[in-house]
Design a protein around this ligand. Structure first.
Ligand SMILES: C[S@@+](CC[C@H](N)C(=O)[O-])C[C@H]1O[C@@H](n2cnc3c(N)ncnc32)[C@H](O)[C@@H]1O
Length: 266
């Protein structure tokens, strides 16, 4: 990770920049009104969280962390971006929810947190910021109580081969990758607020499904299920359409590809 310190610091600046933008653009009204913003796939697959301790890795502005708190979990959110966590703490207050937030890179967490949890959780838009999946998997294992489980839901690695500027499904990017991240220069619309033009560059790693599963397996986790889904929570490709359930999907006829996966491991 030391090797990628410049990329990690750059990504922290990138996410600090977006924290207040997302404080305005993320849809979390339900949290403030006393509900939650967790989707049915995750609530169904994770099940009852009441009175269970939950560690949320890469929690950003905490909307998902606070949703689990609303559903009764005792939550701890971790993120590298201090500005994101400031927004998360503000939201917790507004929603009247108890949550603990810790500023840390995933890899450095043992320097700051010495506990274990019933559930270790992470979701959507997380893997591409990680330079070392093996170290990530060791952290997950480190924080699981005996009998506890790890759950994640994330965009499907196969989705990232397609051209995100074309209306069709045109393969533009490689599925496989080298060790170094791709540098994305600034100056593109933010995914949540298309009127906001992102000012800071970011560095992303593309991981294959094999990379993810093998990192977990090689570090002692046993995969309990792997589900592939044909929906995703945001418009990842221009041709996608929004369904009644709030998720985006490919139009009829193209709808033959996985867009997201979820997994549970012990
Ligand atoms: C897309 S967001 C989190 C996903 C969450 N589902 C959401 O949309 O709010 C990605 C988060 O990962 C965090 N992050 C990136 N690299 C990290 C690292 N090495 N350790 C901890 N957090 C990191 C960023 O600060 C950002 O808040």
């Amino acid at each position: 990770m030391k090797r990628f310190l410049r990329a990690e610091n750059g990504n922290r600046i990138h996410w600090d920049e977006l924290a207040e933008v997302h404080a305005e653009s993320y849809d979390y009204e339900e949290l403030i009104k006393g509900g939650h913003v967790m989707d049915r796939i995750q609530t169904g697959e994770i099940g009852e969280v009441r009175n269970r301790s939950l560690l949320h890795l890469q929690c950003h502005i905490g909307t998902d962390t606070l949703s689990w708190a609303r559903l009764g979990a005792d939550v701890t959110g971790v993120d590298i971006s201090p500005d994101s966590l400031r927004v998360a703490e503000r939201l917790a207050k507004k929603a009247g929810l108890k949550a603990r937030f810790i500023e840390s890179s995933v890899y450095d967490l043992p320097d700051k947190l010495n506990e274990s949890f019933d559930i270790v959780y992470t979701s959507i838009g997380v893997l591409c910021w990680l330079s070392d999946l093996s170290a990530w998997a060791r952290i997950i294992r480190r924080y699981l109580k005996p009998g506890g489980f790890f759950y994640m839901m994330e965009s499907h690695p196969f989705l990232w081969v397609f051209d995100d500027e074309s209306d069709g499904l045109i393969v533009r990017y490689p599925y496989f990758h080298g060790e170094d991240p791709d540098e994305w220069p600034a100056d593109y619309p933010d995914y949540s607020d298309s009127n906001y033009i992102v000012q800071s560059p970011s560095w992303e790693w593309q991981w294959t499904m094999g990379d993810v599963l093998n990192a977990l397996i090689e570090n002692g986790l046993e995969i309990n299920f792997l589900h592939e889904h044909n929906v995703i929570p945001w418009k990842a490709l221009p041709c996608m359409i929004k369904g009644d359930n709030g998720f985006w999907r490919l139009p009829d006829g193209m709808d033959k590809l996985p867009l997201m996966f979820s997994l549970r491991a012990y």
